[in-house]
Design a protein around this ligand. Structure first.
Ligand code: GRF
Length: 252
C-alpha cells in the first residue's frame, strides 16, 4: 500500500514554506532570511507567493497613467489584467523617456496613447517632472504607475500626485534599494529575494509597501535568470496591488 501523502495547505509550495502577500500600507519586513544554503535546481523551482486578491476596485474604472522606460512587461501585465476584467481601470496615457523602449509597441497593440518625454530634452529633473505632471493632468490621471521608470523622480511630481504614485522594485524592500537590486541580492549571498510594489515618497524605494512576493535564489542563478523569475512575480502582484491601493483610498 502506498503511504498516504501529507496533505498540503492551500498555498503550500513544496520545499519552501508559505510566504506573504503582505498588504496594507504598512512597512516592509526589516530583513531577509540569511544563513541558508541556496537551493539547487533550474527555473522550475517554485516561487514563494500567495495569490493576489481579486483585483477590484469597485466603482468607476480608475484612470492609471503609466510611466515606463524599458521592455514594458509590467505594462503588458496591467493591460492584460484590464482586458481580462481583473483590474477595473483604464490606461489613458503611457509616458516613456527612452525612444527605443519596447513598451511603446505594447501600448500601441493595446490602443493606449503614448507620449515620449525624453529626459535629454530637459535641463533638470524638475523640468522633466513638471512636464510629466502636466501631461498626466491633461489626461485626467488619478493614479500614476511607475512600471520600470528608470529615473529618479522629484517632489515636483511626487507632491502633485501625493500618495498616488506606485512603483515596482525588484527586491524585497527595504533590502537592496536603488539600481542593480538583483545584482545586490546575488552579491550579498541571501537565499531569498523578490519584488515589492509600494507607494512612492520623497525617499527613494522607501514608501509604504502594498504587496511583496518572495523568490528563492538558486545556486546557479545569474542576474538574468533571477530577473526572469522576479519579473514573473512582478506581473502577478502588480494589478492586485494597484487594486488594493485604490480600494483603500475609496473606502469611506
Ligand atoms: C522591472 O523588473 C521593475 O522591477 C524594474 O524595472 C523592470 C521593468 O521591466 N523597476 P519591464 O520594462 O516592465 O519589463
Amino acid at each position: 500500500m502506498k503511504p498516504k501523502q501529507a496533505q498540503r495547505k492551500p498555498y503550500d509550495v513544496g520545499d519552501y514554506s508559505v510566504p506573504q502577500v503582505a498588504a496594507s500600507m504598512s512597512s516592509a519586513p526589516s530583513s531577509v532570511p540569511t544563513g541558508f544554503t541556496r537551493p539547487t535546481g533550474k527555473t522550475s523551482a517554485p516561487c514563494l507567493i500567495s495569490p493576489p486578491p481579486q483585483a477590484g476596485p469597485s466603482g468607476a474604472p480608475v484612470r492609471l497613467g503609466v510611466m515606463a522606460s524599458g521592455s514594458g512587461s509590467n505594462f503588458e501585465a496591467l493591460a492584460q489584467a484590464i482586458t481580462a476584467g481583473q483590474l477595473n481601470a483604464t490606461l489613458p496615457i503611457l509616458i516613456y523617456n527612452n525612444p527605443n523602449a519596447g513598451v511603446v509597441e505594447r501600448a500601441q497593440r493595446h490602443n493606449v496613447p503614448t507620449m515620449l518625454l525624453n529626459h535629454r530634452d530637459y535641463d533638470s529633473r524638475e523640468a522633466l517632472d513638471q512636464k510629466i505632471t502636466e501631461t498626466l493632468r491633461e489626461h485626467d490621471v488619478e493614479w500614476v504607475i511607475m512600471a520600470g521608470w528608470m529615473r529618479i523622480v522629484t517632489p515636483r511630481l511626487i507632491d502633485a500626485f501625493a500618495q498616488r504614485i506606485i512603483n515596482i522594485h525588484p527586491s524585497l524592500l527595504p533590502s537592496f534599494k536603488g539600481i542593480r537590486a538583483i545584482e545586490q541580492a546575488l552579491d550579498s549571498g541571501v537565499t531569498i529575494t523578490g519584488c515589492t510594489v509600494h507607494i512612492v515618497t520623497a525617499e527613494m524605494d522607501s514608501g509604504p509597501v502594498l504587496m511583496q512576493s518572495a523568490v528563492p535564489i538558486l545556486a546557479d542563478d545569474t542576474p538574468e535568470s533571477l530577473h526572469r523569475r522576479i519579473q514573473f512575480q512582478e506581473h502577478q502582484i502588480l494589478p492586485g496591488a494597484i487594486a488594493l491601493a485604490v480600494e483603500q483610498t475609496r473606502c469611506p
